[in-house]
Ligand binder design. Structure first.
Ligand code: APR
Length: 240
């Protein structure tokens, strides 16, 4: 088990839906998860958006409106502590909620996009759209071009995650790789653990249940992120 980090320790974190569970946001693959109540093919692919944009838009507007009712939890806050302690730090999240940035995380990559943002498929503009007027059931038009229907700025299945080159470089160079609250089901995110291992990083897992790739971790801590992570960050930083 690794002890205290030097300030120069290069740490990369990968988070998944489990880190937001204690804030009240559903995960995807639990028994009451998002994919239990919706078919991925109906709401989370580019084909679904072409086939039934009203259904897709309604699914994401519900999730966007939910952001107004949830708050970051102790796990999000612990990662801000760790970021502020270390010189070299990167937080990669699969989550599309805004809880990491609301907790204060700055060195942050949203590899699967962000619920707060909408994107124009005609001119490519990406806008933050969380004002009341953008959270209703009607589509939002583009202010830059004639397009009447901005899409969620979300990476759907069959689409490439964002900023993968930066992510691969950071994971390949890090000393410690920590995965929190992810089931290890979805690639390329799930492959980052193998990359970190192959490049010699010490790999730590924190998860409610053992994820698919649990055997690749050098240490695995089973339990709730909101309980385990604050304690681990106190140990890693030497701060009370
Ligand atoms: N603390 C820690 N881990 C938790 C907690 C918690 N409080 N609650 C749940 N978990 C764990 C579950 O045991 C599960 O392994 O979080 C994991 C969540 O797994 P998924 O629901 O599969 O979510 P995630 O791994 O983030 O999914 C990856 O799949 O659907 C796509 O794009 C979507 O980004 C998402 C990707």
């Amino acid at each position: 088990m690794i002890g205290r980090f030097d300030k120069q320790t290069r740490v990369v974190i990968l988070t998944g839906a489990g880190i937001s569970a204690e804030s009240g946001i559903q995960t995807f693959r639990a028994s009451d998860g998002l994919w239990e109540n919706h078919r991925i093919e109906d709401v989370a692919t580019p084909f679904a958006w072409q086939r039934n944009p009203e259904l897709v838009w309604g699914f994401y507007q519900d999730r966007r409106r939910q952001l107004l009712d949830v708050e970051p939890n102790a796990a999000h806050e612990a990662l801000v502590e760790l970021e502020q302690y270390l010189d070299e730090f990167l937080l990669i999240t699969q989550n599309v909620d805004n809880l990491h940035s609301r907790a204060g995380s700055e060195k942050l990559i949203h590899m699967h996009g962000e619920l707060e943002k909408l994107r124009c498929e005609e001119c490519g503009v990406v806008v933050t759209a969380m004002d009341e007027e953008y959270l209703g059931e009607t589509f939002v038009g583009c202010h830059q071009c004639h397009n009447e229907r901005l899409r969620p700025h979300i990476v759907w299945f069959h689409e490439m995650p964002l900023r993968m080159r930066e992510i691969d470089v950071a994971v390949g160079d890090c000393d410690v790789f920590i995965a929190v609250g992810t089931s290890g089901h979805v690639y390329p995110a799930a492959g980052l653990l193998g990359l970190a291992q192959a490049c010699g990083a010490h790999c730590i897992g924190i998860n409610l249940d053992p994820p698919q790739n649990v055997d690749l971790f050098d240490e695995f801590h089973r339990g709730k992120a909101g309980e385990i992570l604050p304690e681990m960050v106190r140990k890693w930083t030497g701060r009370p």
